[in-house]
Design a protein. Structure first.
Length: 608
C-alpha cells in the first residue's frame, strides 16, 4: 500500500524518483521521502503530507546523486509525520531502508535491539528492520539483508542502500510486490511498473521470497536463502499515455468514461457466435474440471467482492452451480470446507491484495484448484494461481475502482455464459446473451452522455450527510457498490441494502432529509421495488431512481430519475452502476474532496 522507487544509473536521481513517486501516489500519500547517495555520504529528506511538500523541501538545492531510494507512505505503525516518513536510517545514518508491508514481530525485535544498545527515533516497524540490517552489516549489505529477513515475521517489499556500498541497491519481497526495471545504463526497482514506465518497459517481477542486488549495468536475483534465480524479463503492454489524465479533471472521471472501451476489451476475442458461448483461454486447461463442478467459491474484498456477488447470481441462474461469495479477509481464518468438486475463484484488480492472495494460497494448500481474475499482468495472483482470466481494463489510477469493477462483471458474465452452455443453457439463449453482451459498450456510452443531468442531481444532494441505496436481485450488489463509491470519495455515510430488507430496520431512518437511491429497472422484481418506493414516499423520503429508458410510470413515484437502456436481466449491473459512479464522483467534487486520493485509502491493499 506504499510506493517504492529506487534508481541507479548515469542520470540525476532526484527528478526520476520524484516522477516515480507521483506515478505511485495512489498507493499512499500520507508522507514521502528519499535517500540519496551523494559524494558526502547519505543525504535524506522526508516530509509528512503529499509529494508537493517533499518537492518543495528539495527545491533550489543542487544534487549530483545518480542513485537513491524513495517512498510514498500509507501509514500503518505511527502517525504520518516527518519523523515517521520513510526512508528510515540506522543510528549511524549509514544504512537507509524503504518498506511496504508490516513487520508483525517488530516489538520483540525492537526489545532485542534495544538490549543491544540501539536507540529508536520513530514509532514505525520499518525503523526496527533498518536497525536489524545494521546489526548484521559487516561490509556485505546483501548478506546483512538476508540475515535480517530470516528473523522477520510479516510482509515486506524493501529497498536498502548503504553509504559504504555506493553503487548497489538491495531489494527483497515477501507479500508486497516489487518489480525491477531494466534500462540502458540504468536500472530501477519499484512497487509498481507505473513508476518506471517513462524510462523502460522491460521488467522483472520479483517472485515471493526473492531478493535482488541492483547495479547500474546489471542485477542479480536470488532467493532470500541465497539460491541463485534466473530472472525472466517481461515487456509491459501498458503505455505512458494510459496512465495520464488525458484532459479529464480527475483520473476517476477519465476511468468512468473509459468503460465503453474497457468493457469492449474484456469481451474482445472471447465471444463465440458459432457455439453461442464464451472462450476463456486462461482456464481452458480446466474445462474437464469445470464440467464436473458441484460448487464454486468466489473470494474477494471490497469492490471485487461486490462483483463476485453479481457473479454468484449469474452463475447460479445460467449454469445452476451453487456459488458462495466469501470475504477474502475471513476465508482462511474460519477453516473453510473444500471438498472435491469445489473450485475457488479469487478476484483482485491489482492481483496483489494481501487478503485475497492469502485466501488463494489457503485454497490451494487444502487441495482446491484456485483460479484468478485480475487486471495486472505479472501480478502475484496471476503467477501463483492455477489459471485465470485477465480483465484487460488497463491501469486504474483512481483509488475508488470504476472500470475494473465493470470489467470484472463482464468477465464473470462470460464465465457464466461458458458454464451455462456447458450445462443446460440452450443455443438460442446463449446466442441472445452473446448478442446482448456485444451491445453493452454502446449502451454504457449512452449513459455517459447523461453526465450533465446526473451532475445536476448531485448538486441537489451534495450537502446531505446520509444516503440509503436499495436494489433487488442482480442490482442488490450494485446498491452495495454505489454506496461504497459515495463513502470512499465523498466521506458521506451511505449504506446499501436489499430493498425488501429496508422494513427490517433501515426504514426507521427514512424522513425528508434522507435521500434514497433505488435501482428500479423493469425486470422480474420491478413491481416489488415499486412497492418499496411507495413505502419510502409514505414516510416523506426523497427518492432518486435508476430506471429503464422509456419507463414513464416511474416518474409518478419518485423525485428524480436517471434512465439507462434496457438489457437482459443478468447484464443490468453493467448499466445501472454507471450513474451511481457519476453521482458519487460529482457529489465528492462538489464537497471539495480529493477524488483520486481519498483520505485513509490506498489503491493496492498489500497488508492484512
Amino acid at each position: 500500500m506504499c510506493g517504492i522507487i529506487g534508481y541507479i544509473g548515469d542520470r540525476l536521481a532526484v527528478p526520476i524518483m520524484l516522477e516515480g513517486l507521483k506515478r505511485m501516489e495512489y498507493r499512499g500519500y500520507d508522507s514521502s521521502g528519499m535517500a540519496l547517495m551523494e559524494p558526502s555520504g547519505l543525504l535524506f529528506e522526508k516530509s509528512a503530507g503529499k509529494i508537493p511538500r517533499l518537492e518543495k523541501a528539495l527545491a533550489g538545492r543542487e544534487f549530483v546523486s545518480t542513485m537513491g531510494i524513495a517512498h510514498t507512505r500509507w501509514a500503518t505503525h505511527g502517525e504520518p509525520t516527518d519523523e515517521n516518513a520513510h526512508p528510515h536510517l540506522d543510528e549511524d545514518n549509514k544504512i537507509a531502508l524503504v518498506h511496504n508491508g508490516i513487520i508483525e514481530n517488530y516489538a520483540a525485535l525492537k526489545e532485542l535491539l534495544e538490549g543491544r544498545g540501539h536507540t529508536f527515533r520513530t514509532q514505525t516497524d520499518t525503523e526496527v528492520l533498518c536497525h536489524l540490517v545494521s546489526e548484521y552489516y559487516d561490509g556485505d549489505l546483501a548478506a546483512a539483508v538476508q540475515l535480517a529477513l530470516s528473523q522477520v515475521e510479516g510482509t515486506y517489499g524493501i529497498a536498502v542502500i548503504c553509504k559504504d556500498q555506493p553503487r548497489e541497491i538491495v531489494a527483497a519481497r515477501k507479500g508486497s510486490p516489487l518489480v525491477l526495471g531494466r534500462g540502458k545504463n540504468e536500472n530501477f526497482v519499484a512497487s509498481d511498473v507505473a513508476a518506471v514506465l517513462r524510462y523502460t518497459n522491460q521488467v522483472v517481477y520479483l517472485e515471493e521470497g526473492e531478493m535482488a542486488v541492483i547495479r547500474q549495468h546489471d542485477f542479480d536475483v536470488t532467493t532470500i536463502e541465497n539460491v541463485k534465480v534466473t530472472p525472466q524479463i517481461q515487456e509491459v503492454e501498458w503505455t505512458l499515455e494510459q496512465i495520464e489524465k488525458g484532459g479529464f479533471e480527475h483520473f476517476m472521471l477519465k476511468e468512468i468514461f473509459e468503460q465503453p472501451t474497457t468493457i469492449k476489451n474484456a469481451l474482445r476475442g472471447r465471444l463465440d457466435d458459432e457455439q453461442a458461448t464464451a472462450r476463456l483461454n486462461g482456464i481452458k486447461t480446466h474445462l474437464d474440471e469445470l464440467g464436473r463442478l458441484n460448487r464454486i467459491i468466489i473470494s474477494a474484498c471490497g469492490t471485487s467482492w461486490h462483483a463476485g456477488i453479481i457473479g454468484e447470481y449469474m452463475i447460479e441462474a445460467l449454469a445452476r452451480i451453487p456459488v458462495e461469495v466469501e470475504y477474502a479477509s475471513e476465508f482462511r481464518y474460519r477453516s473453510p470446507i473444500l471438498k472435491p468438486g469445489t473450485l475457488v475463484f479469487v478476484i483482485s484488480q491489482s492481483g496483489e491484495t494481501a487478503d485475497t492472495l492469502a485466501a488463494m494460497r489457503e485454497a490451494r494448500r487444502k487441495g482446491a484448484t484456485a483460479l484468478g481474475l485480475c487486471n495486472v499482468v505479472g501480478s502475484t495472483i496471476a503467477r501463483e494461481s492455477d489459471g485465470g482470466v485477465y480483465i484487460h481494463a488497463g491501469p486504474e489510477i483512481g483509488v475508488a475502482s470504476t472500470k475494473a469493477f465493470t470489467s470484472q462483471v463482464t468477465v464473470l458474465s462470460l464465465l457464466s455464459l461458458m458454464l451455462g452452455r456447458m450445462r443446460d443453457m440452450s443455443f438460442a439463449n446463449g446466442k441472445a446473451y452473446v448478442d446482448e453482451l456485444r451491445q453493452i459498450p454502446q449502451k454504457v456510452q449512452q449513459i455517459l452522455e447523461t453526465n450533465n443531468e446526473i451532475r445536476a442531481i448531485a448538486n441537489r444532494f451534495a450537502e446531505h450527510d446520509n444516503f440509503l441505496y436499495l436494489g433487488r436481485g442482480y442490482n442488490f450488489p450494485v446498491a452495495l457498490e454505489g454506496a461504497l463509491k459515495l463513502k470512499e470519495i465523498s466521506y458521506v455515510h451511505a449504506e446499501g441494502y436489499p430493498a425488501a430488507e429496508m422494513k427490517h430496520g433501515p426504514i426507521a431512518l427514512i424522513d425528508e432529509r434522507m435521500p434514497v437511491v433505488v435501482i428500479a429497472l423493469q425486470d422480474s422484481v420491478h413491481d416489488k421495488v415499486l412497492s418499496n418506493i411507495q413505502e419510502i414516499k409514505a414516510r416523506k423520503g426523497v427518492v432518486i431512481a435508476v430506471a429503464t429508458e422509456g419507463d414513464d410510470k416511474i416518474h409518478e413515484y419518485v423525485d428524480h430519475v436517471i434512465s439507462v437502456p434496457k438489457t437482459i436481466e443478468p447484464l443490468t449491473p453493467l448499466l445501472s452502476i454507471i450513474p451511481l459512479q457519476l453521482l458519487a464522483y460529482h457529489i465528492a467534487v462538489l464537497r471539495g474532496c480529493d477524488v483520486d486520493q481519498p483520505r485513509n485509502l490506498a489503491k493496492s491493499v498489500t497488508v492484512e
